[in-house]
Design a protein around this ligand. Sequence first.
Ligand code: NI
Length: 254
Amino acid sequence: MIFESHAHYDDEVFDEDREVLLSSFAEHGIGTVINIGASMSGSEATVKLAEQYPFFYGAVGVHPSEVEELDEDSFEQLRALCSHEKIVAVGETGLDYHYPEPAVDLQKEWFARQLTLAREVKLPVIIHSREAAKDTLDIMQALRAGEIGGVVHCFSYAKEMAREYLNMDYYFGIGGVITFKNAKKLKEAVEYIPIDKILLETDSPYLSPEPHRGERNSSLNLPYVAKEIAAIKGLSYEEVVERTEENARRLFGL
Ligand code: NI
């Protein structure tokens, strides 16, 4: 069944129909979901969702755009959440230079701290890197992130950068962007990345694939992503679903 490796079902846009939506997943072939914390409250909500739904697991972390809320106290709370039996990764964490805030130094500091936390609690990391390719890689290499393991979520860089992450044995989260007509660079990268390093993800509620671009996204749209990957790699749809599920289970130890 389809393994959704990155979604934010704690988001308030799901408040009105969350229960109905999530309960419909099994009949649509969605077998497992990793809900991703992007803030302290999101991480706490992730734990609750994972407790509520047997097919949900979680990652706890603070997104680079939210690191201003971190201090020693909240970071200790984050560490405590990592010991929950259904928490299988630290993240999302990384660098995002799309907006001028938060300051680069603050983003780097909390990215490094969360990588070190992942190492300490022995969980893989979910990396968010946007317009920050070189700095992300520099920090990961300096902290020997290859030993920690993880996935570069919503991978959006070119083949050359994919090679660097492959050298660290990382996985690549591929989502709706792969279906966009202007995603030529990403399609080339996906052609290059071995199928045993690819995970399916939506980043719901964001980044809906064609033909639903711009709408609220959900894991129900993952077949569009899997079909596009199948076409690029010359595999069957079923093979892509099966292999990406195996990959996710290997990475998250499920
Ligand atoms: Ni995300």
